[in-house]
Design a protein around this ligand. Structure first.
Ligand code: SAM
Length: 278
């Protein structure tokens, strides 16, 4: 039974680090003329209304995108990201794009997008939000398995976002296992796994599983708005990227310290780590 709805969380600090990394990777893919595939294993609805009852109930976006809306700083990565979100809005902040709508911006005529979603309501919304382009394919199927059916892609160039809800605790090991299976078929793809820090031990185990897997060139980027605690929900989140663009670490070196200052009280921190060398 699926109960997770991303509409409660859209635009929160976790979306910010996830979508900053995603946009960087996608932009990098477009630097070559050759077509590529984008595979979104857990897509969500694609676009979120921040005035909806769900978003208003938690108001998580107030701790995330709302704090960046008037950003006037120096970081070009942050300026580009805020401008991207602004392009889905008029004057004021009313919509937040999910990973599919962000990806759509970077998918050209020669590229293909694959979007998996299992929740019936979010699938319907996703279909509505993504209709129009023939190169964008929405599938109401399990994204873990769907990924394996798509690699290696004919284009031989692909980036993959795996962003499960982690409602089921086995999602942590399942994510690592499925990425590793896909990598064995297609080792040159760029794989991004999003993770929440609710219980640090789970993340330590996820990292160790990936380190022990034999996959090369793995980087980790984490944004914490609070110190670790097991007393209440998510305190941090991150992206683990396998075969990242060589430009990603430098961009995150610049952006993460500033994001901690902008989004956390006193106790936030960031992590940037090369988990496995090239
Ligand atoms: N990637 C989205 C974004 O950045 O906007 C958010 C995705 S949300 C964290 C996770 C989504 O995965 C939920 O909409 C949930 O219904 C969906 N889901 C859960 N299990 C799934 C599965 N096995 N295959 C595909 N989608 C799944």
């Amino acid at each position: 039974m699926l109960s997770y709805r991303h509409s409660f969380h859209a635009g929160n600090p976790a979306d910010i680090i996830k979508h900053l990394v995603l946009a960087h990777v996608l932009e990098y893919m477009t630097r070559k003329e050759a077509g590529y595939d984008y595979i979104d294993t857990h897509s969500g609805a694609g676009l979120f209304e921040l005035n909806s009852a769900d978003a208003q109930k938690t108001q998580e976006y107030q701790q995330g995108i709302a704090k960046l809306w008037e950003y006037q700083g120096e970081s070009s990565a942050l300026v580009d990201y805020v401008n991207l979100i602004k392009s889905f809005n008029n004057e004021s902040l009313a919509f937040y794009p999910g990973s599919p709508k962000i990806a759509e911006r970077y998918l050209r005529r020669q590229d293909k997008g694959w979007f998996f979603e299992l929740h019936p309501k979010d699938l319907q919304l996703l279909e509505q939000n993504m209709q129009g382009k023939k190169s964008l394919r929405v599938r109401g199927e399990d994204g873990f398995k769907g990924l394996l059916g798509l690699v290696p892609p004919a284009s031989r160039r692909a980036c993959i976002l795996m962003d499960p809800p982690y409602e089921i605790k086995t999602d942590y090991q399942q994510a690592a296992l499925m990425i590793n299976k896909a990598y064995k078929r297609f080792s040159s793809g760029t794989y991004m796994i999003w993770y929440p820090v609710v219980d640090r031990q789970r993340i330590d185990l996820l990292e160790q599983t990936l380190i022990d897997s034999g996959m090369k060139n793995i980087q980790l980027f984490e944004l914490a708005t609070e110190q670790d605690t097991q007393l209440h929900g998510m305190t941090a989140s991150g992206m683990i990227v396998i075969n990242p663009p060589w430009t990603l670490k430098k961009a995150m070196d610049e952006v993460l310290p500033e994001l901690v200052e902008l989004l956390s009280q006193d106790s936030g921190f960031f992590r940037i780590q090369q988990l496995v060398d090239e």
